[in-house]
Structures are given as C-alpha cells and as structure tokens.
Write a protein that binds this ligand. Structure first.
Ligand SMILES: [Cu+2]
Length: 569
C-alpha cells in the first residue's frame, strides 16, 4: 500500500515536470544609423539593438514574441531558424508561406516551443531583410543537470557579412534586366562588428591594410572573447551570412565539434572548420596555451574568390590585457577553392553512437537540379527549370481553405529533364526555364529522399556552393557525391554510415548531396538555398504535408485571397 505522503511526493514531482516555463518578449523592429565596420549606414534593429537580442531558453520552454513592425514603409517577418515549429507552422515566420508580412505599425504574436536543446538563430525572411541586419542568436540549453557535454562556460559567435549598398539597392539590382550582381561583401562581422579598410593584424607584415585606430568604445570595435586559463569552453556559432562561406580558426587552439544544427555529433577535433550560411555549430576548446598571451579568432571566405579580408578578433586570456596583440599573425585559412578540404570536413560529421538511424528506405525520391538561367533577360536560379516566385497569398492559408487560384496547382516535377542534361556546361539555349509557384505535396509521415544536383552556372567552367536549409524538419545527410547522381548511386542512400541530422547541408560545385527526411510535421514549408541573393532570385521549393490536419489560426492571413476568404466566411 502506498502511503499518503508518497502520493503527495509523486503529485509534486508530476507538477514540477508538467509546469513548463514561458518567455514573453515584446520586440519592435526598426531602422537606425549604425557603424558595424567603421562606415556609418542604416541598419535593421530590434528594440534599438543590432544584432538583435540573444534569446536564451531551456528545452521545453514556450517562447512568445509579440513583434511590432516599426519600419515606416515595409512589411516584416522573423523566422526562428532551426526550430521545427512542431504543431505551430504558422509561427515559422516566412512571408507568403506561413503568414502575410506584418504591415508597418501592426503586430503579430509568434508562439512556439523550443523542443530541443541546441544552437539556433533567428532572422528576417522577407525580401533581403536578413542582409539588412535583422538577426540574432537563439540558444536553447538542456534542462538543469541534463547536459551531457562537459564544459566550464559558454561563448556565442554570430557570423555575418556586410555591404555598404543598401538591401533595397541590392534587391533592385538583382531583379534588373540585365542583372547587376551585388559583388562580394565589404566586411565580415563577428557579433555584428568588423573593420573596413583597416586591419587589427596590420602590424604583422602580411596585410596590405593599415592599422585600425580603435580605442574600444566604437560600434565597430571587435567583440573580444574573455576567457580564464585552463578552462573548457563551449563556443556556439551561427552563420547568418548573406553570401559568404567561411573558415573559422582560433590561433593555437584546436576545435572539437560536438553539435551541428541542434543535434549532437560524434565529436571530432580539427584545427579549423568550415561554416556555411544557415549552419550552427557548437565546438569545445580548452584554454591550455600560454596564459600571458592573447590569440586570434579568424573567419575567412571560402568557395568564392575572396575580395573581403578575414574577420578578426581576440581570444583574451585573463588577466592579460585585452589590448595586447598576439605574438604571431592570424591563422592562415585553406585556399578558397580547396574544395577537397571542405568535403573532408563535411564528411567528418556523423551522428553519435546510439542515435536513431534514418528509415531504411524512402517512399519517394525527388531529384532537384540547381541551375542558373536567363529568363527573358533576367538572371534567375531555378530548380528543375522552375524559378520560385512567391505568391501574394500565404500557402498555409491557401491550402487550408482550398483557394486554388492562390498558386499554381500543378506540382513541379520530381525529376529534371532532359535526363541527359549536361551538368558540366551552361544551360543549353533550348532549355526552357519558367518562373512559378507550384508546390510539392508529401503524404503525411512518408519518407522522402531529396537529391540536390548541382550544375554549371551561366558562366562556362563555373559551379557554386549552395547551402540548402529546410524549414519544419531535420534531415539525415546520407551522402555527398561527385558529378551526376545516377541510379547506380542509389545503393549509398540505404548504406550511409551514421548520417548526421541537420537542417542545412551544402552542395559542392558539380556534385550532389543526398538527404532523407520524414514528412511528419503538418504545414507549408520552404526548402531553399540560404544564400540570400540566390533565394531572392528563385532558388527554392515549397512543400506541404498534412495541412488538412491543422486548425490554422486566422491571425497573419489578412492578405491576398485568404483576406477575401476570411471576410466572406
Ligand atoms: Cu545558392
């Protein structure tokens, strides 16, 4: 027989587990003048801050963000990058997909559960507002006592790139006929700070730039990481870059990669690491070097011919003065076009032992050819010869209310044609590319394989890196391959060894990447290249599953055909 006091204890334990914390945030997006790299510009802010405030939560918490649009003349949304929005697809923060852009002066409430400990960020997902500076970090810690990693303290590093031309100018240029390319960024930023036209490492002989005259209080003064000797740190890294792929290094310190996109990985140690736009990592490092010195933290451009100097800051061993420069020059990054180096890094990432393996086979396979095309003089990126152009009515509402005029009801093809398309050449003259907004529909709980097939751009002998990011799901990265994916490669899809779970995966020039995921989260989701100008030029697809199972709230749908529908019903 169970005593009354034992019952009381059981009830108290149950109550303490079932009461989940909730964070209520009130945010207003605005513009202000700011100098992220020493050149004053107009930047997007949240509550007057750039970058936006870091959200720190514990797994299981509910986050409610009451977002007001304080921009005078444009809409806004915020996407919670890496949060799957299980059961809350209307809070995914994607304009024209999960909601209408919030009008100037109006508000929208995002409410979602951070179900999984990990490193995330948030950013604008309308036009090119991420490039305008609308981003910040979102850190989800394990509940007290449940973190399996051993470390003494945490540090956060948000990477981004910055242009001196406004994103409005960039949007106009990219959609001009002929297209005007935005070029390489002026400055790489760490936690929203960088130095233009000068270098912290000017005195080491290998810099063509003069020294920066920084006293420490400037908006563009480097964000210095202060550490204690002989401690182990968890460095959380998120890349919100618009364009740049980066290689990150800490002078004299190895990095042990332990988490990628909110999932633990089988730990491995490297002297430096690649990080693509849309990726998040945690690395552990130990401050076991000469404590009377400081060390460089450096991030350099990969995969594009660099026209932007590396981002630099200091790892400051306390109590050494933070103004003391390191003994040696900054770490030298691998050559920008050493793709074998990048592939070797990507292939080191595996799921830890004991992780749930992917389903052994898929119900459906879609093969997505990535091409750059000329459409009536405009430059576009296209997937299976369709360049994505978002409709005015958000898909989530259009599907729920069966508004068939809201978007093209013909699904894009599961395979590209012709099947003998030559990925090593620019698209042939006869290859017809259209601009469209049709979507893929997956059966709820079905397993889908996606083969991302890279190809040559419009320029001969040129193929670019594209980091693909999926909303609403994690996928297993089954394999990376060279050249064209063929049926002979299909065997690797079911024989992948400890494939990692991610929400972002890169495709390398002239290669393919194979992903598997389970379509188990009712909603309408975008899957796209995370390079912002590429998405702006149509590089993405939209897919949906199980929308009929949802009770979609009407908040955020007062635009396009859903507005009409809601007024009449
Ligand atoms: Cu891309």
């Amino acid at each position: 027989m169970v005593s009354a006091s034992a019952w009381l204890i059981l009830i108290l334990v149950w109550m303490s587990n079932s009461v989940r914390a909730e964070q209520n945030l009130r945010w207003e997006v605005g513009y202000m003048r700011w100098s992220p790299d020493g050149v004053e510009d107009v930047i997007m802010t949240i509550n007057g801050h750039y970058p936006g405030p870091t959200i720190r939560a514990v797994a299981g918490e509910t986050i409610q963000v009451h977002l007001t649009n304080g921009l005078p003349t444009e809409g806004v949304v915020i996407h919670w990058h890496g949060i799957r929005q299980i059961g809350t697809p209307w809070s995914d923060g994607t304009a024209s997909i999960s909601q209408c852009a919030i009008n100037p002066g109006e508000s929208f409430v995002y409410k979602f559960t951070v179900d999984r400990a990990g490193t995330y960020f948030y950013h604008g997902h309308f036009g090119m507002q991420r490039s305008a500076g609308l981003y910040g970090m979102l850190i989800v810690n394990s509940p007290q006592g449940q973190e399996t990693l051993q470390y003494d303290a945490e540090l956060d590093l948000l990477l981004s790139d910055w242009w001196h031309s406004s994103t409005r100018d960039q949007e106009v240029d990219l959609s001009s006929n002929p297209m005007i390319w935005i070029g390489e960024p002026q400055t790489l930023l760490m936690n929203g700070r960088g130095q233009f036209n000068c270098s912290l490492a000017a005195n080491y002989g290998n810099s063509s730039l003069g020294p920066c005259n920084i006293k420490g209080g400037e908006q563009y003064a480097p964000y210095i990481f202060h550490v204690q000797p002989n401690n182990t740190y968890r460095l959380r890294i998120a890349s919100s870059t618009s364009l740049s792929s980066l290689n990150l290094a800490i002078g004299n310190h190895n990095l042990t990669v332990v988490e990628a996109d909110g999932n633990y990985v089988d730990p491995f140690t490297v002297p430096n690491m690649d990080i693509y736009s849309g990726e998040c990592y945690s690395v552990l490092f130990t401050t076991n070097q000469d404590a009377t010195q400081n060390y460089w933290i450096s991030a350099a451009v990969r995969g594009r011919k660099p026209a932007t100097p590396p981002a630099l800051t200091l790892l400051n061993y306390q109590p050494t003065s933070a103004s003391q420069l390191p003994l040696s020059p900054p770490p030298v990054a691998p050559a920008w076009d050493d793709y074998d180096y990048s592939k070797a890094f990507s292939n080191k990432i595996h799921a830890p032992t004991g992780s749930t393996p992917p389903p052994p086979s898929a119900d459906r396979r879609i093969v997505l050819l990535n091409t750059q095309n000329n459409v009536d003089g405009f430059t576009k990126w296209a997937i299976n010869s369709i360049s994505l152009s978002l409709p005015t009515t958000p898909y989530l509402g259009a599907i729920k209310y069966n508004l068939t005029d809201a978007f093209n009801q013909t699904s894009p093809p599961d395979h590209y044609s012709p099947a003998d398309y030559d990925i090593t050449q620019p698209p042939p003259a006869g290859q017809v590319t259209t601009v469209g907004n049709g979507i893929y529909t997956f059966d709820i709980n079905s397993t889908v394989d996606v083969i991302l097939q890279n190809a040559n751009t419009l320029t001969p002998n040129d193929s670019e890196i594209h980091p693909w990011h999926m909303h609403g799901h994690y996928f297993w990265v089954l394999a990376y391959g060279e050249g064209k994916f063929t049926d002979a490669d299909a065997a690797v899809l079911s024989n992948s060894t400890a494939p990692p779970l991610r929400n972002t995966a890169v495709i390398f020039p002239n290669g393919w990447t194979a992903l598997r995921f389970v379509a188990d989260n009712p909603g309408a989701w975008v899957f796209h290249c995370h390079i912002e100008p590429h998405l702006y030029m149509g590089m993405g697809i939209v897919f949906a599953e199980g929308v009929d199972l949802l009770d979609v709230p009407t908040d955020g749908l007062a635009c396009g055909l859903t507005a009409k529908y809601l007024m009449n019903n």
